[in-house]
Design a protein. Structure first.
Length: 109
């Protein structure tokens, strides 16, 4: 598989890892849109929201609860969570991921 996020998950490519457990990996975005910009990525490869199966409900829940955990641990009381879906929706990597943005956040058109 030639997925950049899968390579990061498998430690084949370097990243600035913020958090990891058996289901998700969180790392800093290399092109941040806010002072704090993390990518919360499931370890299971799923191309996008459009490719989710009913059996993937727990994966999406894990992403959101990981965001909540990060906010609490890092004492962040306001943040934005964003899923981009498909190229027209701004998704650049074909591996589902949740953007966690905090601080002065760029407006999303």
């Amino acid at each position: 598989m030639d997925c950049i996020f899968c390579k990061i998950i498998n430690k084949e490519l370097p990243s600035d890892i913020v958090y990891e457990d058996d289901k998700v990996l969180v790392f800093k975005d290399i092109n941040p849109k806010a002072p704090i910009h993390f990518l919360i990525v499931p370890k299971k490869h799923i191309e996008s929201i459009n490719h989710l199966q009913e059996s993937d409900r727990e994966i999406i829940s894990n992403l959101i609860f990981t965001a909540k955990k990060l906010a609490k641990e890092k004492h962040i009381d306001g943040y934005k969570l964003v899923f981009n879906v498909g190229r027209k929706g701004g998704q650049m990597i074909d591996h589902i991921h949740l953007h966690f943005l905090a601080g002065k956040i760029a407006q999303i058109p």
